[in-house]
Design a protein. Structure first.
Length: 384
């Protein structure tokens, strides 16, 4: 195989965005040969690709080697498992599944079809700024982890966004709100950079800023097994909003904000200094420097290229599908903690959250006046 024949299932905003990247030649050795959409007008737009209105038909058409799944959340695992069973390579938009139990089933399906490449579109992993942070952490530059704070409230969405599709921001359509949709990217990076916490305490507001039933304003407290602590704040109703990540260790601090990354390095480990100094108000000396990084103008295309390269050349995946469960688990656990009004230990009891989500779905009363599709620059809506 010299070229991956790709089919895209789900041609909403993000599906069309991925199709545009492939058709513009931003992903080499990849050809868009099929699309699946329930909208006749969308199917008519893609005259150079076979058009289907049923995912199963595309999967079993014999036309494709791989699929990119960009449907509403609840369909990700179902369609993905069908594609794997048919021997196709699978890239799935985030989240990998609507909840942890479905993600576990998806991963099990891949283990049974392990020759298939399975990746999740966690495109922020392609951002040099986060790659630089990960390298610094793995080098030991910060020493032992002490504290993590991430305020990512620049995911502002107006009411028109939520009213653009009947499935948006409903338990039945998405399985969650800002945590499972927008800031899932940040949750993925959080665990990719510093690992999964041992316990979480979530404080969620449901429909605080919008006429929706899921969470749109969240503050979570996190604790790691070694005693490190953190906070994670997300909102789609705060403007202008903030995106600031700060990671502190015994040997220094990293701060990322407004496209600048700053590293402060102590002259020595703060704990060691504290135990050895005879100065009552002493503290380690420190120096601060800016860490340069390049921008990634097309991170979605970079990750899709990585998926294609993995199929054709065995390149290691930047975002293996199995990794997708971690961000989903964190999102589920934070909401579950808030609803239960207690701290939740990780790993999350997947069955307990699935049962809670079933109750929420059964009690869903969301009714929307669906308006026009979302307009605007889709690429700009994915915050770094």
């Amino acid at each position: 195989m010299k070229t991956v024949r790709l089919g895209i299932i789900g041609m909403g905003n993000i599906g069309r965005f991925h199709a545009g990247n492939v058709r513009a030649g931003r992903v080499s050795q990849c050809e868009l040969v099929a699309i699946c959409s329930r909208q006749p007008a969308v199917r008519a737009d893609f005259k150079t690709a076979a058009a289907f209105d049923d995912a199963d038909q595309l999967i079993h058409s014999g036309l494709v080697d791989a699929v990119l799944i960009a449907t509403p959340h609840w369909q990700h695992s179902e369609i993905g498992m069908a594609a794997l069973a048919a021997g196709l390579h699978v890239m799935v938009e985030k989240p990998v599944a609507a909840h942890k139990a479905d993600a576990e089933r998806f991963i099990t399906a891949h283990q049974k079809n392990s020759r298939c490449v399975f990746s999740v579109m966690s495109q922020l992993r392609a951002e040099p700024r986060y790659q630089a942070i990960r390298e610094l952490l793995q080098s030991g530059a910060l020493g032992s982890l002490v504290r993590v704070s991430w305020i990512n409230t620049d995911w502002f969405r107006p009411e028109a966004y939520y009213q653009s599709s009947a499935w948006r921001a409903t338990w039945r359509g998405e399985g969650g709100g800002v945590l499972l949709n927008q800031s899932l990217h940040n949750l993925d990076l959080l665990q990719w950079l510093v690992g999964m916490p041992a316990r979480v305490r979530g404080f969620c507001h449901f429909g605080r800023f919008h006429d929706i039933e899921v969470e749109d304003d969240v503050t979570a407290c996190l604790e790691w097994a070694d005693g490190a602590t953190g906070t994670f704040v997300a909102s789609t109703g705060e403007a202008p909003g903030t995106n600031r990540l700060e990671i502190s260790g015994t040997c220094g601090r990293l701060r990322l904000e407004e496209d600048k990354l700053w590293l402060t390095e102590n002259d020595c480990d703060a704990v060691a200094f504290s135990r050895s100094t005879d100065q009552a108000f002493g503290r380690p000396g420190a120096t601060t420097r800016e860490v340069p990084f390049a921008n990634a103008p097309q991170p979605h295309a970079v990750l899709l290229q990585n998926f294609v390269n993995a199929i054709l050349h065995g390149e290691p995946l930047m975002a293996p599908g199995e990794d997708g469960i971690h961000a989903v688990e964190l999102a589920n656990a934070i909401v579950y903690s808030s609803l239960q009004d207690r701290t939740v230990e990780l790993p999350l009891d997947a069955a307990a959250w699935a049962a809670q989500l079933d109750r929420l779905t059964a009690g869903s009363t969301a009714a929307k006046k669906v308006g026009r599709p979302v307009a605007g620059d889709v690429a700009r809506s994915f915050k770094r």
